[in-house]
Structure formats: C-alpha cells, structure tokens
Design a binder for this molecule. Sequence first.
Ligand code: FAD
Length: 442
Amino acid sequence: MAQSATPYEIIVLGAGAAGMMAAIACGEEFLARGQTLPRIAVLEKNRQPGIKVLVCGGGRCNLTNAGDIDFLIGQFGRNGRFLTPALRTLDNLGLRSWFASRGVPTHEEHDGKIYPDSHKASSVVDAMVQRMRELGVEIHAPCTAEAVTWNSSSKLFNITTSTVQTFTSQILLIAVGGQSYTRMGTTGDGYSFAKALGHRVITPRPAIVPLLCKEPWVTELKGLAVQDVAVRIEAPGPLPRLATGKPEPSINDMMFTHFGLSGPAVLNISEIVAELLEKFPEMTLRVDFVRHLDHEELAGVFRQWHSTEGKKLVRSKLAEIIPQRLAEMFCYLGNIDQRQVCANLTARQIQQLIERLKGTEFTIYATRGFKEAMVTAGGVRLDEINPDTMQSRINPRLFLAGEVLDLTGPSGGYNLQLAFSTGYLAGVSIAHQLHENAYGNS
Ligand SMILES: Cc1cc2nc3c(=O)[nH]c(=O)nc-3n(C[C@H](O)[C@H](O)[C@H](O)COP(=O)(O)OP(=O)(O)OC[C@H]3O[C@@H](n4cnc5c(N)ncnc54)[C@H](O)[C@@H]3O)c2cc1C
C-alpha cells in the first residue's frame, strides 16, 4: 500500500459543504497573511465534490436563511448555543457576501429562504471547487476514507482509503456529514472515525424525513400541498425534546404523498416521531387545516353557509377555505354527496366537518428512514468539541464540522448554514494552529 511521501499539513475528510468551506477558509487565512499555502488534501467518496449540495433545495440550493443570528441559533433548539461562535465568524450575511464575491449573488424567497440568483445548486458547488483549485487544495475523488488512526509517537493521523494510497497528516478535519440520504455517500462513516479517535456519539436518528401513515385515503391525495397547517403530535406520555428546536405545533405547509405525509410542517417534527416510533408501534399526528379559525368561528361560518348560501354546493364552499381535492375528500369521508347543498347540511355533518378541518388524525407507523431523511439528528457529542474552534477536546489536532456533529436544524436553509459556518470556523482555527506551531505564537 502506497504511503503519501510527506505528510499533508491538513487532510479534510469529505468534500461537502463543511469540508469544502473549511479548506477554503484555511487557504484564504494563509493568503491573507501573505504566507505560503499549506498542503491541504480533501478526500471525497463520490466522483465529484459537493454531490449532496447539488440536490439541496430541489437542485436550487436553499443555502441559508435571512433570520438574524439569534433567530438562527434558536432553530437548533437545545444545542443552538454551541453555534454562536461559528455563526459570529461566518453568519448568513458573510456567507452571502462570500458567494457574491465569487460570482454567485443570492436572493431571499418565502420564509426567509436564500437561493442563488442562478437557481442552480451547481453554481454554489462550482464556486467552491474553483476557489479550492485557486488555493492549491488537492481534491482526491473518488477516494473513500476507510479507517483513521492517530500515531502519538509521530503525531500524525493515518488514513487508509479505498485507493492504494494511505494518507498521513498533521491535522485532520472530519466533515463526512451524517447518515442520511445514503445514496449520496453519507453513510455515517464519521461516527466510527470519531469513535476510533476517542469520541462518543449520540445515537443517530433520521430527521426531516417523510412519514408513512395508515389512512388509505391519503394516497388518493398524492401530490397535494396544503398551506399553513398546524401539526400536533399525540403520544402517550411526555414528548421527547426536539433537537431542531421547532416548537410544537409545527406550523407550515404539508404535502400528501403516495405513502403518507411530507412537507415542512411534517418534516420539521419528524425527528420526534422517529424517536417515539422506537417506543410505540404507532402514534397520531393531528392536523389543523384552518388554524386561523377556532371551533366557534368555524361553526359560525357553517351557520352562515346554511342560512345565506344554502343553494351553493358544500364542496364548493369548503374549497374556499381548503384545497379543492381535500374538500372533495372530506365530503366523501363524511358521506356528503358531491351535489349536496349547504342548506341540507345536518348538525351532525357540520360537527364532523369541523372536527376534520380542525383536527384530522393520521396514524403514523414508520418514517422513510435514513434512505430518505434529509438530515441526521444525533452525532458526535458537542461537549467534546470546543465551540470556539471546532477542535476536539480529546485530540487538539483533530477538528470536526458539519452534520457529523450532534446538531440539526429544521428545513429552511439552516443545515447548510450550520455546515458552512462550522466548516469555516474549523478552517480558520486550523490555520491559526498551524501558524502557532510554525511561529510559536501563543
Ligand atoms: C434531498 C436533500 C435536500 C436538502 N436540501 C437542503 C437545503 O435546501 N438547505 C439546507 O440547508 N439543507 C439541505 N439539506 C441538508 C444538507 O444537504 C446537509 O445538512 C449538508 O449538506 C451537510 O453538510 P456536510 O458538509 O456536513 O455534509 P455533506 O454535504 O453531506 O458532505 C459530506 C461529504 O463527505 C463524503 N463522505 C462520506 N463518507 C466519506 C468517507 N468515508 N470518505 C470520504 N468522503 C466521505 C460524502 O460523499 C459527502 O460528499 C438537504 C439534504 C437532502 C438530502
């Protein structure tokens, strides 16, 4: 097996959002000091860098969110504070101006989501790859890191790979992502690397993942998106805490699919559901489709339809407050004929419709698992990482960044910002460490 001749100063495992940004930040830090660039190698499992970034936001890449730092921190729930130094080093404005300076201007859309003006994730990846090349970063792809060891006598990391080459480096950054969307190369390798180097890992769990439900009528509505619903979880006993920090009820849009439920309102609480399904065979989601009307106001609406709009079809009037296909389904489920007019609505039918509109129950029995989860909850324990540097508290030459850490945000651009910010901070910190080693500065 071939050994790399001279050790690299830095090896980055994973050319994803965090790994690429770390290599760039480190190189740029050296450049800013007018110093010779260090030897940096990025090892990537896929044939090309940034494959997962390419699928983000449906190929358009929702690279961050417009909220201020406190808002961004709040999205990461119980672990959000860990991110403060990383976000202060590279926040969403800094990220946007970095991409703008590299020819990728961005704009804000619905819910503060930020996208490149090109509407192409490839422009984000191309800009990063181009910058790495300018900085002389070696990209080895495909090259899967298979095992990582630390040699305390030589003070070097050894990385065996799927190629004939074994790499050695003074500093190692683990940025191989989580365990979600496994076909993109993210198969949880970082957890075993971190464990081999002495770290502990919070059990990974699928998050931002679609849910399977039992109600057969749901599949009839596949492809239908319903805006601004409120989703509540009903389960025996107290609910687990949500790492993503999104409060319950989850208010956003939801989507019916050929297997169950998806869309941000569902995806953002799917992590809790995944945890509950480890204990219970099934649990209930209750969806309020008309959250701006309380029960009494809704009853008033039906009274008004009954008295002043009696000749109008029930399904047509319902379609004024919920999507047409859902209105027709609710009529069908409530045994209301498609031709029934409002004047003929019985008190029982009205009661049933109100119950459906304000709290349809969905029986959830599974998630779509890691295969379809957008992110992984759990990961390398944060109390073993210094948030000011992203440096391991166990081995000061080891750094970790991105989704491999026990940090998860909801959908909306937060997870890429997390990867970019922690990657950037790791890159800058690595540059400082190399500088201190070389010049003995404290
Ligand atoms: C379909 C989908 C859509 C998404 N959309 C958005 C969105 O619009 N906005 C948002 O904020 N987030 C989105 N996310 C989440 C986002 O992609 C991740 O949070 C983010 O990419 C994590 O960055 P990372 O650098 O930590 O890991 P990744 O970007 O996953 O990069 C890790 C890299 O490491 C490589 N790797 C893995 N194991 C090894 C190994 N052993 N050796 C070498 N290389 C290895 C992988 O191939 C990968 O390229 C989406 C996720 C999915 C699946």
